[in-house]
Design a binder for this molecule. Sequence first.
Ligand code: URA
Length: 283
Amino acid sequence: MAQPLDPTTRDAIAERIRFYRDLGVTDLYRRAVDTAPADGVGADTGTDMGAPGPASETRVSSTQPNFIGEEPAIPARKGFSSPPQSATVIPAAARPAALKLIREEIGDCTRCALHKGRNKLVFADGDPNARLMFVGEGPGADEDAQGLPFVGRAGQLLNNMITAMGLRREEVYIANVVKCRPPGNRTPEPEEANTCMPFLLRQIDVVRPDVLVALGATAATYLLGARQPLAGLRGRVHSVRGARLIVTYHPAYLLRDPRQKKEAWADLQIAMKELGLKPPGRK
Ligand code: URA
């Protein structure tokens, strides 16, 4: 349950947001530059979304996000520049309110064409202080009706995957690349995804998950900033915005081809290892 902020803190955050907005800076709530690796795996210089940092086999993706790459694989939203890392860390107690502010800024969004077919905008679900965050593609019919991510059949499977990891849905944070349902559940157009992505990145910066799981190619593409076959992205630990990113199949794909569940479980086990989790029942 979101803890209300005291009025002074809330006013201070609002004031800071106004200040940055007046400067034309729209990308707030960023994590601090990590000066030391959290787990000793490799130095995270906090440059994974900015200038190239030292490459590490396990931590740093060689690809650059579409927003900043010189030759973006996906057309960048005009006028959206590279979000640099800043020293601003939202304290855990203030994260619910910070997320609420992002939701308020999104408002009754008409920034892209997807709003035309929208019933409910799907912001996110879960714990604002989660160590694990899942990113899907975009709402389907059930999500559009309820205003929550992953509540349909694919959501049931995602819930089972979360349970298999020894966690509860309420303990993780779940969001999508786009917040409005694409017509007929089609893949979001680059223009739509690039319009919505800055909000997702800000959600990531507020929540500061240790591990991000990209569910399917769309999430992987927009988080990593390059379109690559899923096969080449799975089985490795990438780095996005200071979080370790694992790429796996989308639950909807697993519903169509359940034989791939074993592969998905192998991916989730990488995520669990990064989180220091053991499967339930194992000591
Ligand atoms: N598929 C997604 O990618 N996201 C949802 O929220 C639901 C289904």
